[in-house]
Design a protein around this ligand. Sequence first.
Ligand SMILES: Cc1cc2nc3c(=O)[nH]c(=O)nc-3n(C[C@H](O)[C@H](O)[C@H](O)COP(=O)(O)OP(=O)(O)OC[C@H]3O[C@@H](n4cnc5c(N)ncnc54)[C@H](O)[C@@H]3O)c2cc1C
Length: 470
Amino acid sequence: MFSTILDDDMSSKCAIVVGSGLAGLSAASQLVKHNVPVRVLERAAKPGGNSIKASSGINGAPTNFQLFAEPGDAFYSDTVLSAGKRMSSFTTERENLIKTLTEGSAGAVHWLVEERGVDLSKVAQLGGHSYARTHRGAGPPPGFAIISALMKSLKKSPLFHLQTSCTVTKVLQEKKRVIGVEYIDPNGNYEELHGPVIFASGGFGGDAKGLLAQYRPDLAGYPSTNDPRPGTQPLLTEAGAQLIDMDSVQVHPTGFVDPADPTSPLKFLAAEVLRGEGGILLLNGKRFINELNTRENVANAITSTSSTSELPRQWEVQLVLDEATYNAAKSHVDFYLFKGLMRKTTISELSVEALETFKSYAITISDNTEDPLGRKFFGNWALKEPTPESVVYVGTVTPIIHYTMGGVLINEKSEALTKDSKRIEGVWSAGEITGGIHGGNRLGGSSLLECVVFGRIAGDQCAQYLNTGK
Ligand SMILES: Cc1cc2nc3c(=O)[nH]c(=O)nc-3n(C[C@H](O)[C@H](O)[C@H](O)COP(=O)(O)OP(=O)(O)OC[C@H]3O[C@@H](n4cnc5c(N)ncnc54)[C@H](O)[C@@H]3O)c2cc1C
């Protein structure tokens, strides 16, 4: 354990990062690059946050891994479209953030691949995207691969220091300038650490009784992919920060209902890539939506029907892959099969309606006719002559609370802003703790991206502040 109260000389050169997820580690990487000592305070016993669970990938365009070149502004347009009505307020601020995100996306993927050695060579098209631009590797899931690579690189530097089991409880200010944080150390003692601060402490999707209950009481009882924990946005509002879009909560359409523990409130995510690679969704044996529609629309299509359980509040939707789709998403599916979340079976074990559904879907794909539900990309689905004996891979899924779009308003420099849009000196924010970038709906793959883009910007800005006082 290092000394928790730094002397004045040291504190003037040390940066503090709250949270060791992807945003925090991206910021720390830049600080180290600029020769700035960095102290990362992490509440959990291990680093990685929700970032380490990420399973579908990170967006980037244009990259060398994309098979189809896309127009320069397509990613920007998709993000604006997905943000929806929220774009009508804070329009300029949002446009600037989205530009920074999408224009920085190729560089973010390049940085991870070229400078940190992460394999991101596979590209899938997720819901709401008009092109395939979500990158992952052939090996471990992308969140794990990226966090491991960043940790490996950071650990080599004597400038990097990570303290786990330390919960930040307060932002310290002097004449409105942020000068450090108060935190509880692993022994339960309150300590102070001085220096400029980057908040990268994640979203509030697991804060069911606190921020979620306050902003979205209608989502009470929904299961979640996030561990139960309080959100940290209030620490920054106490320091003058403005919150935005706090009621924009992403309900992901597909969390696995574990047959061994069907009522657990904590669910495992059924990665978006399963649908991106060709998977389809059935309710009572029938397709009911273009599976590549936005998460919001797919989830709404499910929750507009009667739930099958009230506590937790859940539905029974079947996520089905054929053999070819299984092969394309093999590393994911093998893991889900191992965990008992999916099973290999035959169509005869589903329902009579399901066989009819597969037959008409096969006609749509074979004849290249228009899908009545509007799906335009069928991924790897190749089951053209379905019979009761055809092999399929199936899991039961339900909508879950997954991601919080709202949070601290930042600008393109990752500076936390006040109600009158002024920068709060000495503090930056990046990652899921922030709001404004995704509006009403985040596109799959754009959260890891925001962590890298805005985390690195925060690191650069904080280093400049320490070096020049500006
Ligand atoms: C199962 C799952 C799959 C996902 N898949 C994808 C995907 O494929 N692509 C994608 O783009 N996005 C995905 N997401 C979303 C994405 O992973 C997260 O939004 C993103 O990783 C958030 O990163 P972060 O660094 O902002 O926060 P986190 O990774 O959550 O890290 C925040 C850290 O801050 C710590 N912390 C919080 N409060 C305090 C405090 N007071 N003091 C000290 N430490 C604190 C937390 O313990 C945590 O470790 C997924 C999310 C989940 C849950």
